[in-house]
Every structure is written in C-alpha cells, then in structure tokens.
Ligand binder design. Sequence first.
Ligand SMILES: [Zn+2]
Length: 204
Amino acid sequence: MFVVFGWRSRAHKIGSGTFFCPREGGDRAYEHKEARRWFTLFFIPLIPLDRQGDYVECTSCKSTYYTAVLDAPTGASIQDVMTQAIRYVAVTMTLADGHVDPEERRVATEVVRQFANVEYTEADFSTDLGDLDSTHLVDYLEELGSILNEHGKEAVLEASIRLAASDGSIDASEIAVVEQVGRALSMSDAHVRGVMATVSDRSQ
Ligand SMILES: [Zn+2]
C-alpha cells in the first residue's frame, strides 16, 4: 500500500458585505476570506496548518484585494453623507438670518435635490427645518471633508453660497455659516474666500 499525502491551501469565508470594487468602479458584494494550509491524506484535507492571511474577493468580478480595500467608503455611503450634509447646510443657512421666505424655501429644496441627486420636495425641506438640529452640521461636514477631494469640497461650498444668496443677499450671519462650512471641510479661510469671490464674479 502506498500513502499519498501533501499540503494544500484552502480558503474559507469569514465575512461578507458591500464594498467599492476598484476594478469595476462601483459598489459590489464581497467575501472576506482566510486562506489556510492543510495537511492532506489521499487529497483530503485533514489537519489545519498555518494561516496564510486573509483577503477580500469581489463576488462579481472575482478580483482579490488586501483587506485595506474595505476602509474605502462605498458609493452609497458617500451619497448618504453628502445628502445628510447638504440638508444640514440648507437648514442652517435658511435659519441663519432668522426668517424663511418662499423663494429661499424653493431654492434650498432645489439645491439639495441637485447637489445630492435625490428626490427632495419642499415638504421634505419643511420637515427638515423643524427636525434637524443645526449643531450636528459640523459632524456631517467633517465626515464629508474626510471623503471628498478639493474639487468636491469646493462643490459643497458653492452649494452653500447659492443657499446663502437664495434670499437675494448674503448677510453677515450667512457669511459666517459659509465660513463654518469651509472650516468643517478643513478648507483654509483663504481658499473659502477664493471660492466666494469666484462665485460672486460669476453671478454678476
Ligand atoms: Zn469587482
């Protein structure tokens, strides 16, 4: 009788979820797998040996990645944070000068809808005006600032300036909110003033 023995590597699933697949450029399902070497007898794995490390596999394109790929935000989570942040900006800006006029309400709704690319009505905005606590504005913006590049941050600031101008003028209280938005996004004051100057030049 002869004995066939050897070693082979087997991977088993230790987790799963949704991630941003860099190869496909979109949100996909993944499996988190751990590879382990096994001692085999007659090709049957019998004894688990050393762990060879874990990795992430995209269930759609089968690409494998280091687990650090899971640290990147998914497209859906970026969308969520953007939507939350712009809703808070719209509410804070609208309430900054102490009164809400119909034009302001209309522009605020439009800015949120366009910026976040979501369904959002004037009724939704009215609900937000009553419900959202402006003290959370900075939290959402800081989270957004950690995701967006400079171009993305400028887009948020421009949307904020549009909101500030929606009642026909930008007063000191509204400028203060624009500056607060910029700082929370970790933009320098000079950068914020530059964007404000560009936007006001364009609208003249
Ligand atoms: Zn993929």
